[in-house]
Design a protein around this ligand. Sequence first.
Ligand code: ZN
Length: 237
Amino acid sequence: MVALLRVLGQPLPVLNAQGPSAKVWRPWRALPTEVQDAPMRSVEADAACVEQRLLAGDYACPVCEGELRPWGFARWRIVGRGAKSVRLRPRRSRCKACRLTHVLLPVACLLRRCDLAEMVGRGLALKVAGWGYRRIAASLGIPSSTVGDRGRRFEKLAGYLRAWFTALLYFLDPSFGAIDQRDNPLADALEAIVLAAGAAARAFGPAPLWNFASGASSGRLLANTNPSLPPAFLARR
Ligand SMILES: [Zn+2]
């Protein structure tokens, strides 16, 4: 339970945006993903860094791995609540090769979720710890219906998330030992996320846990459809 308890305290530092050179596949930066009706690609949280990398041609197209070029902006949006809310306007990009456009979604966000990834993740961790929806809602200051929706989504996806983040863990650290299974699928899923984040942190340096989880799932941690894997990952598995 060590890993789980650490999640409930301060978010684990995992991975940062300062990585090795461009065009190497880096899961915390985000798996590029194409979502039906919402083509997007996850990028790091720092807007200035995103701008710089976009101009430098560092981002690859999620569909064909061609070079993404600047292509205006998506709409302004407010993510998070109260004093912790953030107003942001994600960049749009267009692929030089296939001409498709993609919104660049910062890893601090999750696709189609109005709260920051950190807030969503805290709610999930509290659920794993056995808290009820009302108590989580009161603690985080969000509606209990929202907490319930996310909790049920997490329950539905737990097996998939566990498999995905476990695969990522061994991809990042092939020498990692066996993981003991618990009798709780949600705890297994959360542990896989934490362990994968730890492996990424050992390899590349610290970054917030739930930003990692967002980036590694292309912002689709709780989405209705699973991330589509980029060709680079499939080739390297
Ligand atoms: Zn393309």
